[in-house]
Design a protein around this ligand. Structure first.
Ligand SMILES: [Zn+2]
Length: 230
């Protein structure tokens, strides 16, 4: 949790030992100021969002790309009382409410499903999946897969390219192809939209196992699409 309310201001902690209260659950929060990682708030007991994961500079950078009022928004399932914090929620309470889940660590298909179920009750949902080599060689595999020359398609002025996953295991790409929310990959600062089954059929392309289609976009275009400006 990178932000909390202190004396009416939503902000990261400023000094070690600083304390405040979580607006979502009422529990005490203490400032953690690590030497080599981002400063954050720690719940006294368990974090009220059971999906909460350690966050680093990648998360911070993306949260800062949106207005502070969109960062870390607590949501409650009215039926089950289940509580989660959206990384980014823009346009909350409107028909254009969009949740962005920042995914740096690996996530199982079950986890992916339950997050989609929770957030898609009342929001459009985007995944922003950070592709890197920390836990696997996903970054190398992704880079070797990129092919924007062989199989090109056009959909409403957007360019798509179909390609084949370069790794031996196709689990990673197949898992994200089955997502029901929109999936964006970030790899070394570049952003790619993964064609959903609906887009794939609009493109008129048949994708075999291990094959997928991407459309490249800039960081600014991604932010604008979260805000419905494109
Ligand atoms: Zn809390």
């Amino acid at each position: 949790m990178l932000y909390a309310w202190v004396a009416g201001v939503k902000r990261p902690p400023l000094a070690k030992g600083e304390k405040t209260v979580c607006r979502d659950c009422g529990s005490q929060l203490t400032a953690v100021i690590p030497v080599e990682n981002v400063r954050h708030w720690r719940h006294k007991g368990k974090d009220c969002d059971p999906w909460s994961e350690p966050e680093g500079p990648w998360h911070l950078g993306w949260k800062e790309a949106f207005d502070v009022s969109c960062r870390e928004i607590g949501l409650v399932d009215q039926v089950t009382g289940e509580r989660h914090r959206a990384d980014i929620l823009c346009g909350g309470g409107t028909a254009r409410a969009t949740v962005v889940e920042l995914q740096h660590s690996t996530i199982s298909e079950d986890e992916r499903n339950s997050r989609e179920q929770f957030y898609q009750q009342a929001h459009r949902m985007f995944w922003l999946v950070h592709i890197h080599n920390e836990a696997s060689f996903a970054g190398y595999n992704f880079r070797f897969s990129l092919d924007f020359q062989s199989r090109l398609f056009n959909l409403n002025g957007k360019k798509f390219a179909a390609m084949r996953w370069a790794g031996r295991s196709q689990q990673f790409i197949e898992k994200w192809k089955r997502a029901t929310a929109h999936v964006f990959f970030e790899y070394e600062g570049h952003i790619f939209y993964l064609a959903s089954p609906k887009v794939t059929s609009q493109l008129g392309v048949q994708l075999k196992r291990g094959e997928f289609a991407l459309s490249y976009l800039t960081r600014d275009e991604f932010i604008r699409s979260v805000l419905w400006l494109e």
